[in-house]
Each structure stands twice: as structure tokens, then as C-alpha cells.
Design a protein around this ligand. Structure first.
Ligand SMILES: Cc1cc2nc3c(=O)[nH]c(=O)nc-3n(C[C@H](O)[C@H](O)[C@H](O)COP(=O)(O)O)c2cc1C
Length: 377
């Protein structure tokens, strides 16, 4: 049904327009209580999969699977996305100041590759507006706040010079940390000039230290978990260097990975790919590299740091593979566009089956088990 809708209607619409349209439907449905209850039961049957409960960042989560950053940049649809079955929703990237992002068109489908290319450029309403929206949501939910895990992903404002990048992230942290179940320092999007240079340890150390201190100043009644999100294009030695730094600084997590600037191995013809131009590639072609980065990280940090797998995740089998490779949580984005509203529930169902057929009683036992088995073989 969705594949027909996708083929006949959605692929004819500009991808960014299709995104806004679909997201508007999701938000509208979530505002109507009867519809929300009905759709939650259809899309996110959480009570059915008790076994998928998992612990991360000091929280008990309904399951390991969530929505990666970039879908809900301004935190306008967290409850609708929860209704679709995502157990955590990472909002952003939010920058200190509001900004329009790059000129359109800036989002492209590579249907043959089940992939997307985007050069959105952190279009968002800015940290003050997003913080106010999250504060209003927190107030409305009251004690129920803990139901959905909300990650807040922050990045650098385009107009801020690189020499003032730390202050830009600190401003966002001061405004947003109180509303974050976890905070992500994004230094890996390819669409803000110079941003990925911040992954070099010499830049990353002062940045992460300053954000940690700002979060601790802003929120005194709990410790806000801090993560860093890295690119799949890092050289292996640089991945190791980030991993070592994360351990040294006592970071809570690493998200691997963001989109890639590589265009290797695509089925879409090269003229089309070239005509699209610059941007980050996501979806199926990213799968192998993101998994390899995750494996390398797990070999380096083990269970000292919580790893979050992202990049090319399409099926329950992919999620299970990331868990066995060392991910405690797993995120997806592009496959949601290609597979539609029942994507999450299919992932949950498949994951519960895999866990049942495995030698492990809990997901926690399965985290990294693939690498342990390989080591003892
Ligand atoms: C249209 C689009 C916008 C994105 N925007 C962001 C962003 O603002 N911040 C970020 O950290 N990642 C962003 N991402 C990257 C995703 O969060 C994710 O890391 C990446 O797409 C790989 O996952 P996937 O293959 O399941 O899509 C974006 C991805 C897409 C497709």
C-alpha cells in the first residue's frame, strides 16, 4: 500500500515538500486523541514487546530503535513520531542562531539505491525558539515527561566563524540541556563548511569539555548524558582517536554515523549523481561503512561508552546486526521515507523474533555478542 503511494504520488513530489506533507499528517493525527490511541496501537505496540526493553543513559527505554537527527529539526512533532513507533527521537540539528539553510532544491532521492542525498545546511529555528518549544512540551506533559526519550542534537551556526565555534555550541547547550534526555554534539554533517574539521582531537577536546561544563552549569539536578556524532568518512586512526578521547573525557556515547560524502558503489547513473551535486549520502549504500565504523569503535571502547548505530539501517536484521556489533541503541532515517508508516512496527516485530531465537535473554546480553563470538572462534 505505502509502496504504491510512494511510487505513484510521493516520488512525483519534490522530496522536501513530500517530507513536510507527511510530517504534517503525522502531527495532525497525533493531535486527535482517538486517532493517536488507535495509531499508537497499530504502529507502536510497545506492550507487545516487553523483551525489547533496554537501558541507556540511565533510562529504561521501551526498545533500542529511534529516529535519527534531521527529521524533526525544530522539535515540532516528537509525540507524532513516538506514535509511529520510535522509542527515542533525536531532534535537531539545532544551531545557536536561527538560519534558513541552503537554497532549494537540497534534498534528493536515489530510488534505485534506496538512498537520499541532502545538503539542507542545518535549516532550523535556532536554540532559543526550540528550547521554548521543548519547555512548553515538558510543562504540558508534567511527570509523564519520561515516557519518550528526547535527544537534542546541536551544531554550529553557519555565520559563526570557526574560531568562535565553541561559544556557539555552548550557547545552544545552555538553552537546550535542561530539555534533553541526552545531548549530541554534531561535528559530522558535510553541509556546514569546516564543521567536520572539529572532529580532529585538537578541536574536539576543548569543544566537548566546554559543552560538558555548560551542561553541568545549566542543569544541576541531574547529569545530562553527552554524546558525539561522527562521520563515516573518518580514517580508521581518526576513529580510534575520537574513541580514546571519548573515554578520556568520560563521554556517555558515540553515534556512528552521519551521512557520507562518498558516492562509491551506487546503482544510480553517474550523470544523475553528478547533477545532484554536493551533500551527504544516506540510506542503503551507507550500511557497510557505518557498520564497520561501529565495529571499530566497539573494539576500542567496549562497554565503557554507549554506542548508537546509524546509517543504512533498513530491516530488523540490520538493527540486530548493529546490536551484535556493539550498539546499545540504533537509529534510522532514510528507510522511513522509503518504507513508510509501518516501518518501525516491522522492525520491533522482527527484533523480538530474533531475540527469542537467540541464546540471549535480554538485548543487553546481545550487545557486542557478535564480536565476542568472533574473538573466541
Ligand atoms: C534529510 C536529512 C537530514 C539530516 N539532517 C541531519 C541533521 O540535522 N543532523 C544530524 O546529525 N544528522 C542529520 N542527518 C543524518 C541522519 O541523522 C543519519 O545519521 C543518516 O541519515 C544515516 O542514517 P540513515 O541511512 O538511516 O538515513 C540527516 C539525514 C537526512 C537524510
Amino acid at each position: 500500500m505505502y509502496s504504491l503511494l510512494f511510487k505513484l504520488i510521493l516520488t512525483r513530489l519534490d522530496p522536501e515538500r513530500a517530507h513536510h506533507l507527511a510530517f504534517a499528517w503525522i502531527r495532525r493525527a497525533a493531535r486527535t486523541r482517538v486517532l493517536r490511541t488507535f495509531l499508537t496501537a497499530a504502529f507502536a505496540p510497545r506492550s507487545r514487546y516487553e523483551a525489547l526493553r533496554t537501558e541507556a543513559f540511565g533510562r529504561t527505554m521501551h526498545g533500542p530503535f529511534g529516529l535519527a537527527a534531521g527529521f524533526d529539526k525544530n522539535a515540532i512533532g516528537i509525540d507524532g513520531l513516538t506514535m509511529m513507533g520510535f522509542d527515542h527521537v533525536e531532534i535537531g540539528t539545532v544551531t545557536a542562531e536561527p538560519q534558513p539553510g541552503n537554497p532549494q532544491p537540497r534534498l534528493f532521492r536515489l530510488v534505485k539505491d534506496r538512498a537520499l542525498v541532502n545538503r539542507m545546511g542545518f535549516n532550523n529555528e535556532g536554540s532559543a525558539a526550540v528550547a521554548a518549544r521543548l519547555a512548553a512540551r515538558d510543562a504540558a506533559l508534567g511527570k509523564k515527561r519520561s515516557r519518550t526519550t528526547v535527544g537534542v542534537n546541536i551544531g554550529k551556526t553557519k555565520l559563526t566563524p570557526e574560531s568562535e565555534a565553541v561559544a556557539d555550541y555552548v550557547t545552544s547547550t545552555e538553552r537546550l540541556a535542561a530539555h534533553a534526555d541526552y545531548l549530541v554534539v554534531n561535528v559530522s554533517s558535510p553541509n556546514t563548511a569546516g564543521l567536520r574539521d572539529l572532529q580532529a582531537v585538537g578541536h574536539l577536546r576543548p569543544l566537548l569539555t566546554a559543552v560538558r561544563e555548560a551542561a553541568d552549569r545549566a542543569v544541576t539536578d541531574r547529569r545530562v548524558p553527552l554524546l558525539v556524532k561522527i562521520a563515516p568518512d573518518l580514517a580508521d586512526e581518526d576513529i580510534d582517536a575520537v574513541a580514546d578521547l571519548a573515554v578520556e573525557l568520560g563521554l556517555d556515547g558515540i553515534i556512528a554515523t552521519n551521512t557520507t560524502i562518498s558516492r562509491d558503489g551506487l546503482s544510480t547513473d553517474s550523470a544523475t549523481v553528478e547533477a545532484i551535486g554536493a551533500g551527504g549520502l544516506s540510506g542503503a549504500p551507507l550500511k557497510a561503512r557505518s557498520l564497520a565504523v561501529l565495529r571499530r569503535l566497539y573494539a576500542r571502547v567496549g562497554d565503557r561508552i554507549t554506542l548508537v548505530g546509524a546509517g543504512g539501517v533498513e530491516t530488523a536484521g540490520d538493527v540486530w546486526e548493529r546490536i551484535l556489533a556493539g550498539a546499545t541503541l540504533v537509529q534510522g532515517y532514510s528507510a522511513f521515507i522509503y518504507q513508510g508508516p509501518f516501518w518501525c512496527s516491522a522492525i520491533h516485530r522482527g527484533l523480538a523474533e530474533r531475540l527469542k531465537d537467540s541464546p540471549y535473554d535480554t538485548l543487553a546480553e546481545a550487545v557486542g555478542a557478535g564480536t565476542r563470538k568472533a574473538a573466541t572462534r
